[in-house]
Structures are given as structure tokens and as C-alpha cells.
Design a protein around this ligand. Sequence first.
Ligand code: MGP
Length: 226
Amino acid sequence: MKETLKEQIFVRDMATINAEEIEEIEKKELELVSMEEFPPELLIKHPLQNTWTLWYYEQDRSKSWEESQRQITSFDTAEDFWSLYNHIKSASELRQGSDYSMFKEGIRPMWEDDANKHGGRWLINLDKKQRSTELDHFWLEILLCMIGEGFNEFSEDVCGAVVNVRARQDKLALWTGDASSSQSIMEIGRKLKERLRITSKVTIGYQIHKDTMVKAGSMTKNTYMV
Ligand code: MGP
């Protein structure tokens, strides 16, 4: 039974999938599990501390950057995270110029949001060959670290994460809400490097959104580094 459903669920083009479709797929899956008569305790989902929203951005010259950000769906259990993750394209399969963003519910993945406007991001630049070796696994690890509140007492400062798939170089970023909170930022940066197993020889930088916003051609300066 399950096989049949799996066969029907193929990786969808994120430009066309919508929240109702995802809900429908999840409902069908749950019905199948119930039909196999698992005891009810095995059907209880594991709640997450926060509700998270997945966003998708695709370049569209007829729309503004902001209008091109599409809210896909929100989830608040571990099972619903995996259900979503398993049904969408991996980051490395996205069209170049696209982004995925995953933010706490209520925070838009943009500098202008109240939760982001005083914040910044830890940025990881990948070189071209890392798209096939590192991108998907780094992105998944960042997502798991966020939804599992893996930054310990500093998890509250985390707003979300973004992956930019670009011809020049792909980028991964972890956004935090208060660029003046140096202890929290440094702890989050250290944890991020540890979780991704980035060696101490490689340095990553934290950039304040206000600096990124106004950069003109040149690189944004790093306010913190680990
Ligand atoms: P980008 O998608 O973050 O990086 O920003 P990319 O494509 O690698 O380009 P680069 O500038 O880093 O080399 C691309 C452009 O999208 C920005 O220059 C802005 O015009 C727009 N943009 C990106 N972000 C994250 C925002 C945002 O938060 N708010 C608004 N208004 N525009 C944004």
C-alpha cells in the first residue's frame, strides 16, 4: 500500500506545489499508517518547541524581490518536518537563482521584518564543487539544529536560515535577531561550525543586515568571525 503512495509522490516543482497539496499527501499517509493498525501511541507526533515556516523564492522579473517570496507551509512536529523535507526538491536540485528559507512562524525571511531588522547572519560561502558534496547535507544539518533548538539557551535569538542557489557560489546563512548580542552570536557561530564539522582552519563571518542592505558592489564587512 505504502509503496503505491510513495510512487505517486514525486519531487514537486516548488513553483506549483501549495500548502493544501502537502496537507492532502500527509493526510493520505496518516490514513495508510492507521490502516496498518499501529497502536495509537505510535501515531502521536513529536511536537517541536517552535512552529516553522518554509519559504521559497524564485527569480521572476515581473515581480519585486519581496513578492517573489512564497510561503509554502508551516509545521510544528518532527514528523511533519520530515514529511515536508522528503517531498520537496533538495537545495542542490533547485533552479539557480532560487532560495529556500525556513523561519520561525511569523517572521518573514527579509531584513525588513521586525524580528530581523536589528539582526544579521552567519554566512557560509560554498565553492562550486561543494554543491554536490556539501550543500544538501549542510542545509539539512542547519534545519535540524534549528528545529531541535540545538543552540541551547541562545536558540531564542535564531530567526531562521536561508540557502541561496547561485551560479557564482551557493550560500547558506543562519539569521539571528540582535546584532549587538555578541555572546549569543559567537556561541551560535561556534555551534554552527561544530554541527557542520567545519574545521578550525576555515573562518566564517557574521554580517549585520543593515550593512548588507547598503553594500554597493563590494563585499559586506564581517562584524564577528569564528
Ligand atoms: P540575495 O538573494 O541575498 O543574494 O540578494 P545574491 O543573489 O547572491 O546577490 P548578492 O547581492 O549577495 O551578490 C540579492 C538581492 O535580493 C539584493 O540585492 C536585494 O535586492 C534583494 N534582497 C535580498 N534580501 C535578503 C532582501 C531582503 O531581505 N529584503 C529586500 N527588500 N530585498 C532583499
